[in-house]
Design a protein around this ligand. Structure first.
Ligand code: MN
Ligand code: ZN
Length: 340
């Protein structure tokens, strides 16, 4: 069967590999669609210390169950499913307090073990979620990016009427915008440096969009908020140097949700944090957010297909990678049709 294999940094190809089998407790999924994520791009470039090569990446995918291993009960052949990539141990400290997404033995499908860019993938049956009847397999492949949004918003503890400022209008910024709107956050401000992205954010319901290249974002946000600052700030730009500005833009009692994975330090200004009693939270992957996202998608409260800029057959996946590498301003989610 066909698989997209990364053999070493920048050495990737569609390869012929042996089909996996479902071990006890696993299901074999025939993959229909899989989305290319920024983190797949980091793996392809050799910027993910957790990955051992060769690796079949892909953690945003949906498909149909083709076989189940011994002991699997709630999943049957023919079920339409999407897959939570988080595999946790259940025993360590974070697992015991209900935070399995930062399990000390964390394994992520498509990172620590093979993922969805292959015709068939074996995954723990416990990680599968049944799809609502009318949800397409293409939309279902995009549940995972929305779980990132659901997780960071949960970590930020919104109150009714809170304003939200989102740094970055890439795919994750757009899922945060949509998820916030679905949760009743009316006023979302989005900032980025690419006009094309901001135009999409506006279409998807951002109240204000600010291009940091031609505007003083700090001054504009303070004007929009009558000098108060913003209670909720989500960092989907993931540029460490922006943290001081986020601290200045937060209102007193504000919460800042961080999603970046850079090893570069950020300047943390004590005065801003303490005088306003700010809360800075990290958010990694998702903590059991698949059911919530599936429910919102089934109810039509999210618009996953609006994220998709390119839809390519599996054979053309390397072209999708080229686009993301060289024309990021033209691309949002590149969705690969693998077997549908
Ligand atoms: Mn992703
Ligand atoms: Zn654990």
């Amino acid at each position: 069967m066909k698989a997209f294999q990364v053999n070493a940094p920048l050495d990737y190809r569609l390869a012929e590999v042996e089909a996996p089998r479902a071990a006890p407790g696993e299901a074999l999924v025939r993959v229909a669609f899989a989305g290319i994520c920024g983190s797949d791009m980091h793996i392809i470039h050799g910027d993910n210390a957790f990955v051992r090569f060769p690796r079949i990446t892909g953690h945003e995918f949906a498909g149909v169950v083709e076989a189940v291993g011994e002991g699997v009960e709630d999943i049957a052949v023919g079920d339409r499913v999407c897959i939570d990539p988080v595999i946790s141990c259940g025993h360590c400290y974070p697992c015991r307090i209900g935070r399995p997404n930062v399990c000390t033995a964390l394994e992520v499908i498509g990172v620590h073990r093979d993922g969805g860019f292959e015709e068939r993938v074996a995954v723990p049956a416990a990680n599968l979620h049944h799809l609502p009847e009318h949800l397409g397999l293409d939309a279902a492949a995009l549940v995972e990016p929305y779980t990132i949004a659901a997780n960071v918003l949960d970590r930020m503890q919104p109150h009714p009427g809170d304003r939200l400022l989102v740094f970055g209008a890439g795919v994750i910024g757009l899922t945060i915008l949509q998820m916030a709107r679905a949760k009743g956050i009316e006023e979302v401000i989005v900032t980025d440096v690419i006009d094309e992205r901001l135009a999409v954010a506006q279409e998807l319901g951002a109240r204000h969009v600010l291009n940091g290249r031609d505007r003083d974002v700090e001054q504009a946000v303070l004007e929009l908020t009558e000098g108060e600052g913003v209670p909720l700030i989500a960092d989907a730009a993931c540029v460490p140097a922006l943290l001081p500005q986020m601290l200045r833009l937060a209102s007193p009692a504000g919460r800042i949700g961080l999603l970046g994975f850079s090893p570069a330090p950020s300047d943390l200004v004590q005065l801003e944090v303490i005088k306003k009693e700010l809360t800075l939270v990290g958010s990694r992957l998702n903590n059991r957010k698949f059911p919530e996202v599936l429910e919102l998608m089934a109810a039509g409260r999210l618009d996953p297909l609006a994220l998709v800029s390119h839809r390519l057959p599996f054979d053309e996946m390397p072209d999708g990678i080229e686009i993301l590498d060289h024309h990021p301003e033209q691309a949002r989610k590149v969705l690969i049709q693998i077997g549908a």
